[in-house]
Design a protein around this ligand. Structure first.
Ligand code: NAD
Ligand code: MG
Length: 382
């Protein structure tokens, strides 16, 4: 492959996206060299990854595991805690930082890498939901590129390649509809954690799997698309596509629609973000459309999946609302996973937090961090 060697930082390496990214790196040893890795609490996995990929430095979030990681990795620099992660994210001797951290914890690492002049392959959509305006400004001032990793946004990015931006009529973001697409709303109050974690098509981390069951994931993705592709909210639509083969579409002013298709395997958009503008050969099974047979599409049910309305409201109003939406959702999802609240309480708590917080029209980074603290504590005590 004629790409040369790209130096990578993979933050959130121990998660679903991180592990898939390292599998892509493993397939192309001449094209990638891993400089930095981070994990929050899975020290054993981080150690194993570091022994295989020999980074210059690693960061372990959980400070009580610092000593074990340090002893296991002689010759490798080991950082720890939040400050260790933020420091790794600020280093400028990599070509791409892949942000595979889950949740609001990923926002500052995105900002630090952009400030360091490093291109970001962004899986952490929460960064853009919370600080889209700020990040856009920094990308422009630092001359840094953002490569989408989320499959829908990778699809749109590919569909827009070579096109004139003003020719775009709308983006059509597809979503599987999740495990409760055909479940009557009346049954939502009885939904168990195990049922909500049982996604029909994608294998992912726990937080995004619950977001896919409430459809908040689609809402967050609409906000992510708004910042990535510079289109007004009216031009961003959602269509439900249960087979998860069409990853999203772009419609142009002449009615022509471009779509990107592929198997639901995150290695495809991860690899593209890392090899862009090249497509490298696949190490996964072939898409066989005749085998799949049917691709179907339907309208999303906004009455049933009220998280979608909350996300659109947050995007339309802007200001501090998307910050509160994102953090409240994350905390409510963790409470649901812990068995502390029911499935239908997730949107209820988010709605309450959005209504109760002190609205800010133009939050700066300090405001966003303060809103994060307020929202976490609001959801914890609600
Ligand atoms: P995951 O839970 O499997 O992994 C999360 C990673 O973040 C782990 O490495 C963990 O150590 C790290 N982490 C967790 N809490 C942290 C904290 N407080 N500080 C620093 N690091 C922390 O999650 P995932 O499914 O891999 O998702 C990662 C991101 O990618 C999310 O933003 C998700 O929305 C997005 N995404 C995931 C998929 C997917 O298929 N998994 C698809 C599209 C987008
Ligand atoms: Mg997605």
């Amino acid at each position: 492959m004629n790409m040369g060697t790209k130096y990578l930082s993979i933050l959130g390496a121990s998660g679903s996206i991180g592990v898939n990214a390292l599998s892509v790196v493993r397939d192309f040893p001449d094209n990638f060299r891993v400089r930095y890795l981070s994990a929050h609490s899975q020290a054993d996995l981080l150690i194993a990854q570091a022994k295989e990929f020999l980074p210059d430095a690693v960061a372990i979030g959980d400070e009580t595991k610092y000593r074990a990681v340090k002893e296991a990795l002689p010759g490798i620099e080991v950082l720890s805690g939040r400050s260790g992660l933020l420091e790794l994210a600020s280093r400028n001797n990599v070509d791409i930082m892949l942000n595979a951290i889950v949740g609001s914890a990923g926002m500052e690492p995105t900002i630090n890498s952009i400030k360091a002049g490093v291109n970001v392959a962004l899986s952490n959509k929460e960064s853009l939901v919370m600080a889209g305006g700020l990040i856009k400004g920094l990308l422009a001032s630092e001359g840094v590129d953002l490569y989408p990793v989320d499959s829908e946004h990778s699809a749109i990015w590919q569909c827009l390649s070579g096109e004139v931006p003003t020719d775009v009529k709308r983006l059509i973001i597809t979503g599987s509809g999740g495990p409760f697409r055909t479940t009557p709303r009346g049954d939502f109050k009885n939904v168990t954690v195990a049922q909500a974690l049982n996604h029909p098509n994608w294998s992912m981390g726990r937080k995004i799997t619950i977001d896919s069951a409430t459809l908040m994931n689609k809402g967050l993705e609409v906000i992510e698309a708004y910042w990535l592709f510079d289109l007004p909210v009216e031009k961003i639509n959602i269509v439900i596509h249960p087979q998860s083969i069409v990853h999203s579409m772009v419609e142009f002013v002449d009615g022509s629609v471009k779509a990107q298709l592929g198997l639901p395997d995150m290695k495809i958009p991860i690899q593209y973000a890392l090899t862009y503008p090249n497509h490298f050969p696949q190490s996964w099974e072939q898409l066989d459309l005749a085998e799949i047979g049917t691709l179907s599409f339907e309208k999303p049910d906004y009455e049933k999946f009220t998280c979608l309305n909350l996300a659109f409201e947050a995007l339309k109003t802007g200001g501090s609302l998307p910050v509160v939406l994102n953090v409240a959702n994350e905390q409510a999802v963790y409470r649901f996973l812990n068995g502390e609240i029911g499935f239908t309480q997730i949107p209820e708590l988010i709605d309450q937090a959005m209504n109760k917080h002190d609205f800010l029209e133009h939050p700066d980074l300090d405001d966003i961090l303060a809103l994060e603290v307020w929202t976490k504590s609001f959801i914890k005590r609600s």
